[in-house]
Design a protein. Sequence first.
Lengths: 159, 108
Amino acid sequence: MSEKSIFKEIRRRDLLALAGKAVVTVASFGLLASGASADTAAVSKAIEKSIGGKSPQSGRVSLELPQIAENGNTVPIAVEVESPMTSGDYVKALHVYSEGNPQPDVATFRFTPQSGKARVSTRMRMIKSQNIIAVAEMSDGSVYMGKKAVKVTIGGCGG
Amino acid sequence: MAKARVKVPKSVKKGEVFQVKSLISHKMETGLRKHKKTKKKIPRFIINKFSVKYNGEEVFAADWHPAISANPYTSFYVKASKSGPMVLTWTDDAGKVTEKTVKIKVVS
């Protein structure tokens, strides 16, 4: 074996070892997540469960999320709904869903005219890059929806 | 259960919409993780309800799912009406309740 081919062989072995590790990591991650993740169908089901048969209109709901989240264990999220928040016209509830997490539900926030402003911020877990959906129920019965995609570098949820 | 911290402005004007920031320490176990050695699932243990009462009236509430991060932080808004207590309540899966009261001072 020439010097060059030995070098090549080592490189190849290193790469194989690395690849093996990567597979193990991915596999254990899958185990931690345990089972299928929520997808668009699960999200629409969850939305239907919370708002009934109404079909949401787009607009009025804006999501503030980082484009790229480095740590999926704690991703800052803020959602604001355009509304005068008076006793005659206010946001009753705001539901947040995730398309990529093991469970579609993230949180539901309930407002009153006394809230003054339909804005809430919190921190959430994301197992992988995905779409986050927010659905707002207004006091007059109308429903609005907003959506935002987030790229996740290291997933949360599982551990 | 846990240590809770709440931040509100020192004083607010009547009718002003002010921000309330809240933080509570809780591991928010998702129920999906497995124990490293025993490989058994660690049971879900999260705070599932958060509620805020201002002068005895509920002004903001939330239902949380396991997708909410550990040590949940939440900020929201309230419209100032009159001086009085604001009571924040967190309830976890075990039914344990943590309560924190802050005073809202409304100046005209």
